[in-house]
Structure formats: C-alpha cells, structure tokens
Design a protein around this ligand. Structure first.
Ligand SMILES: CC(C)(COP(=O)(O)OP(=O)(O)OC[C@H]1O[C@@H](n2cnc3c(N)ncnc32)[C@H](O)[C@@H]1OP(=O)(O)O)[C@@H](O)C(=O)NCCC(=O)NCCS
Length: 170
C-alpha cells in the first residue's frame, strides 16, 4: 500500500462502518479489508505469527472498519464479541495503519465499539456492559484513557506480554 501524504497534519476525511453479519453480500469483502489492516500491523509491523492472526472468533465477532472517504481505503479496524454463555464483551484486534496514527482514529474505533456494546447489551438484556481487552504493555496508557483498568498480573499471549484491562462504558 502506498503511503499517503499525512505531513500536513490535516485530519483525513473518514468513516467507520460496522461489517454486516454473515449472509450479507458485502461481508466477505469488508471483513477481508479488516484482516488486511490487521496483517499489515500485527504481522508485518509487530511480527506476530500469521497463524494466530485470524482465529475462531472472527466468524462470530462484530467487526468495525475505518476507511478514508471518498477513496474507501481501509486504514483501521477493531472487533468485539461476546463468547457463548459469557456476560462480558471482548475487545480485540485494534489496529490503525502506521501513517494514520495520532489522528484519534484509535479513539474513534474504541468509542464506536463502546456504542455498539451498549446497544447490544440492552438488546441482550444484560444489566451491565463490561468490556475486557488484553492490552499489549505499550498501549495500556491508551486504553486507560477510555476507562480501562488493569486486572490481575501481566501474562504472555502469542509471545508478547499483555495485561487484562476492563471497562464499563456508559
Ligand atoms: C494503539 C493504536 C490503535 C492507537 O491509535 P492512534 O490512532 O494512534 O491513537 P489515537 O490518536 O486515537 O490516540 C488517542 C489518545 O491516546 C494517546 N495514545 C496513543 N497511543 C498511546 C500509547 N501507546 N500509550 C499511551 N497513550 C497513547 C494519544 O496521545 C491520544 O491522547 P490525547 O487524546 O490526549 O491526545 C495504534 O497505535 C496502533 O494501531 N498500534 C499498533 C497496534 C496495537 O498495538 N494495537 C493494540 C493491541 S492491544
């Protein structure tokens, strides 16, 4: 992917869309675009294994795609899911392509996910919307800005140290 000129610091025009559910004609293409952003960031940039990048949660997760307008170039993604029988949501695979960082796109993705979680919690009859993420250590401060607090000890996940963090978005 070619690097855009972001040197002016002007916020690029963008939108966040929720990937439609299984069975929708656009799902596969849009989910593929989310996964390409993740591969760029987690596999090529951060050296995580491709084998663990796409997992069993992808088919059931709700995926968000941040893309430029009007080009519709994908530049960021995040996903959420509630595991079978669980009362909390898991936030994962938050990624913004390197040339587009520091525009608050990461924040916008987290806040879009929080809005969806709150709506889904109401639909599902949950009393509380609880969101859990496994933060890489260098981004704990990022998640803390959006209400995430550490729980328990650091642990290894996919070969890198992580911290469980929990938020109750309102
Ligand atoms: C983490 C990531 C998504 C943040 O995206 P971003 O668009 O650059 O971040 P934002 O511009 O939305 O930052 C929002 C705020 O968090 C701060 N912030 C960003 N990264 C931070 C970090 N690593 N630690 C602490 N604060 C951070 C910003 O300074 C900003 O603060 P402000 O509102 O006071 O100005 C991005 O750096 C990324 O994709 N990293 C690689 C993938 C990754 O590590 N994902 C997380 C896996 S757990």
């Amino acid at each position: 992917m070619s690097n855009p000129d972001t040197s002016s610091g002007t916020l690029p025009s963008h939108e966040i869309i929720v990937i439609p559910p299984s069975g929708h004609q656009d799902r596969l293409l849009l989910l593929d675009q989310c996964i390409h952003v993740r591969i760029d960031v987690f596999v090529h940039e951060q050296q995580f294994s491709l084998d663990v990048e796409v997992d069993e949660h992808d088919p059931i997760a709700t995926h968000f795609l941040l893309r430029l307008v009007p080009s519709l170039t994908p530049i960021g993604t995040i996903r959420a899911y509630r595991a079978e029988g669980e009362k909390y949501y898991k936030l994962s695979r938050l990624a913004v392509l390197k040339p587009y960082r520091k525009y608050h796109f990461g924040r916008d993705l987290v806040l879009a996910l929080h809005r969806w979680v709150n709506e889904d919690a109401i639909r599902s009859g949950l009393q509380v919307a609880r969101v859990v993420c496994h933060s890489q250590l260098p981004v704990k401060g990022f998640y803390a800005k959006y209400g995430y607090q550490p729980e328990g000890d650091e642990f290894d996940e996919d070969g890198a140290p992580h911290q469980k963090m929990v938020a109750y978005p309102s």
